[in-house]
Ligand binder design. Structure first.
Ligand code: HEC
Ligand code: HEC
Ligand code: HEC
Ligand code: HEC
Length: 449
């Protein structure tokens, strides 16, 4: 909002952007930070972030607390642990303590840093609050109100870099996908917990945002395309799942690997519904990983790094095969871990390339077409859901150019959303038919048809 010397801001903006890109790798998640958490009340006063209306004089809105309190589900996430549903989950899992005293639940449903970092005003009951995402405020809480202090300096003082897409995806995923510490197992889901799924760019919009990405914001923090957030989000989500799969503590329960990492509909679907179509080289009747992210990434790699596509496909096939029929080795688990780690390494090396990749309009169009062409593969709910959210994220920057077809596009998006409304009644053929219409929308505009 605040206007200043534009030239100086461009310089500072460009310089600090360069620094973030290079400093993201080792950032600790807020939950693991080794500084004091001051508690939500310290952020909530009316002269700080608890204003009732946005301030014009400030570079930030100042009413963040009320947006969070009134419109953001995160503010209710601790209360949720006291609900009837949570009481039942705890009972079914025979937890030794109620949900609101159980570390596993608290790690995702509130800010739960180590006890020695919980300050005087800290309260578990705040739920997923300011410091759950922005980091323990012991140091940056003091520095960020001082005049002239840059975003980069605040980050040095422990502010979590939510403005940086890799760090952002890791943060949201730590609770919405899980990681090797925060884990939502198949048993938790069978006890009544909702299944977890996320697409970073879409979820940022639903949250809802308590910040305004205007010119001033872009000068301070950079201008990151929603398509980049989507692409990096996909790579990071797969990373999180593969890390869980290759974690020897996590990936095995009884004779099966941890089922929550697989496609729910691989097992939970009526017999004879013919949901099976071949995906990335896969045979029918084989247990499949939740690989929706891999399908999205396939479209991205195909366009952005075509020379890497062959390697990607063969790593995915390798992992699928180690999980299924072709596995006759003496130690199948070790083989799964080996293949998981290879794919993981490939994706981790791709992340910096995605960070640096300029998502230009013609490339976005190609990714769009690659997604639409892949539609026969969106044969189960998790894939279809990701494919829909991809359209909505890419559409945000791209489809708006297709004003001629605006009404058809809107109707089609509404129809896709309707197809996804009830996951137990999901009919893949209807979804795929509607999804594949998008090729026509793009071609009509270009006069191809
Ligand atoms: C890996 C992180 C994670 C863990 C562990 C976890 N949850 Fe959740 N929980 C979530 C997320 C994320 C949601 C929201 C899902 C959505 O709507 O997309 C959620 C939703 C819920 C809901 C539904 C809320 C509503 O209003 O519909 C309940 C109830 C719940 N969790 C209880 C629990 C209990 C009890 C535990 C511990 C036994 C637990 N959770 C462990 C992340 C987690
Ligand atoms: C679920 C995560 C999450 C929670 C909880 C959260 N934020 Fe944020 N916040 C974000 C994200 C993401 C952004 C946008 C990226 C950025 O600017 O760093 C952001 C941006 C901001 C900004 C920067 C606006 C700007 O123009 O630079 C402020 C100020 C802020 N949040 C304050 C708060 C306060 C105060 C709370 C608690 C009431 C809070 N946030 C809770 C995720 C969160
Ligand atoms: C510390 C764990 C945690 C982190 C970090 C986190 N979330 Fe959440 N989120 C939750 C939980 C738990 C819920 C469910 C709250 C409830 O309904 O009780 C939730 C709910 C949501 C919802 C509402 C979902 C629905 O079904 O309506 C959205 C949207 C969301 N989160 C987006 C985000 C985004 C975007 C980020 C990253 C900027 C993020 N979250 C980071 C734990 C977290
Ligand atoms: C490898 C097969 C397999 C996969 C994959 C799988 N499940 Fe299950 N699920 C089972 C089995 C077996 C049971 C226990 C038998 C039963 O209750 O039907 C079960 C039970 C459940 C139940 C309890 C059903 C009831 O009637 O009480 C829920 C809920 C559930 N799973 C959800 C999920 C979700 C969500 C996913 C994906 C994240 C998933 N499952 C993935 C095999 C699977």
């Amino acid at each position: 909002m605040k206007k200043g010397s534009i030239a100086s801001k461009i310089w500072i903006g460009a310089f600090s952007f360069f620094l973030w890109v290079n400093s993201s790798a080792e950032t600790l998640l807020p939950q693991n930070m080794k500084s004091m958490s001051v508690g939500n009340v310290d952020c909530a006063s009316s002269t700080c972030h608890g204003s009732v209306v946005p301030w014009n004089q400030s570079s930030v809105l100042q009413n963040e607390y009320l947006t969070w309190k009134n419109a953001d589900r995160h503010s209710q996430s601790y209360q949720g642990l006291l609900s009837q549903k949570s009481i039942q989950i705890a009972k079914k899992l025979s937890l030794p303590q109620p949900a609101h005293l159980t570390t596993q639940c608290l790690n995702c449903h509130t800010h739960n840093p180590d006890k020695k970092f919980q300050g005087a005003n800290f309260s578990l009951q705040d739920g997923v609050g300011c410091e759950s995402c922005h980091g323990n405020a012991e140091k940056w809480g003091v520095s960020h109100t001082k005049k002239g202090v840059t975003h980069q300096e605040n980050i040095k003082n422990g502010l979590y870099p939510t403005s940086q897409p890799v760090a952002l995806a890791k943060l949201c995923n730590s609770c919405h996908v899980g990681n090797t510490t925060n884990f939502a197992s198949h048993r938790l889901m069978a006890a009544g917990h909702p299944r977890l799924s996320i697409e970073i760019n879409t979820f940022l919009k639903i949250q809802p945002p308590h910040y305004l990405v205007d010119e001033d914001y872009k000068f301070r923090k950079g201008d990151i395309s929603p398509v980049k957030k989507w692409a990096i989000g996909q790579a990071e989500t797969i990373t999180a799942r593969l890390e869980m799969l290759s974690d020897p503590k996590r990936n095995h329960q009884g004779i099966f690997p941890e089922l929550a990492l697989f496609e729910c509909s691989a097992c939970h679907h009526p017999l004879g519904s013919q949901q099976r179509t071949s995906k990335i080289n896969q045979a029918p009747g084989v247990l499949r990983l939740n690989d929706s992210g891999l399908l999205m990434l396939r479209a991205i790699i195909q366009v952005a790094f075509p020379d890497k596509l062959g390697q990607f496909n063969s790593l995915v096939t390798g992992l699928d095969q180690s999980l299924s029929e072709k596995n006759t080795l003496a130690n199948p688990l070790e083989n799964i871990q080996d293949n998981t780690k290879k794919l993981l390494l490939f994706i981790q090396q791709m992340v910096p390339a995605l960070e640096a990749y300029p998502f230009r309009p013609e490339k976005i169009r190609e990714i769009f077409l690659a997604l639409v062409k892949g539609s026969p593969d969106y044969s189960n709910y998790a894939d279809a859901e990701q494919a829909y959210m991809a359209l909505s994220s890419i559409g945000e920057v791209y489809l708006q150019n297709y004003s001629k077809n605006a009404i058809q596009i809107k109707n089609s998006m509404a129809q896709l959303s309707k197809e996804l409304a009830n996951k137990d009644q999901f009919q893949s053929q209807n979804f795929i038919k509607e999804y594949s219409k998008f090729t026509q929308f793009l071609q009509v505009q270009n006069g191809v048809q």
